[in-house]
Design a protein around this ligand. Structure first.
Ligand code: PRP
Ligand code: HPA
Length: 175
């Protein structure tokens, strides 16, 4: 059990389980995008840990780039998405895999899909470590899902509560 700014979090998914599942997704992506040299588009800040572990399990040529958006404040969605850092490479005719730590309401991903679509890529896939099916308000096709989790706030493995907890190697759930 840990405490961050007076909220109590309990251990939820171990570092070992995360590692195993991330490797499985990396292997799937390697097979699915063998001929494509995909661009893995990490969504900052939260995806940095998932993305860095994921790319180590991808054995096919690929590139990495980042965008930065923000929609969460404390433990709830603000209902709007702020663009904090845009695209820096040409995505035209490229295969793009948008990499997120978590899809919660789906608002951020809907915004990201619109942003990437405007660049006329060849195809767009979505990889998320976590999905909260009960919280999803904007349904979409998600190609790679690490874990489906209940609608409870989580921290660790890149995910924060008020900026804290991103460094935890395992995942914790709000008690
Ligand atoms: O599906 P949604 O309800 O939009 O929630 C998911 C988004 O919220 C988190 O980002 P956040 O806004 O907290 O920014 P961060 O990645 O910098 O922590 C997460 O990384 C997703 O981008
Ligand atoms: O459960 C969560 N934890 C951390 N960040 C988040 N962003 C959306 N949902 C979450």
């Amino acid at each position: 059990m840990i405490s961050i700014k007076e909220k109590i979090f309990v251990p939820y998914i171990t570092a070992n389980s995360l590692k195993k599942r991330v490797e499985e997704i990396g292997n799937e992506i390697s097979k699915d995008f063998k001929e494509d040299c995909p661009v893995l588009l990490g969504v900052l800040n939260g995806s940095f840990m998932f993305l860095s572990d994921l790319v180590k399990s991808i054995s096919t040529p690929m590139e990495v780039s980042f965008v930065k958006v923000s929609s969460y404040s404390g433990t709830s969605s603000t209902g709007n998405v702020k663009n904090l850092m845009g695209l820096d490479i040409d995505l035209k005719n490229r295969s793009i895999i948008i990499v997120e730590d978590i899809i919660d309401t789906g608002l951020s991903m809907t915004h990201l899909l619109e942003m990437v679509q405007k660049e006329h890529p060849k195809k767009i896939a979505i990889a998320t470590l976590l999905l909260k099916p009960e919280a999803l308000k904007y349904p979409m096709e998600i190609n790679y899902i690490g874990f489906e989790i209940p609608n409870k706030f989580v921290v660790g493995y890149g995910m924060d509560f008020d900026g804290l907890g991103r460094n935890l190697p395992e995942l914790y759930q709000l008690k």
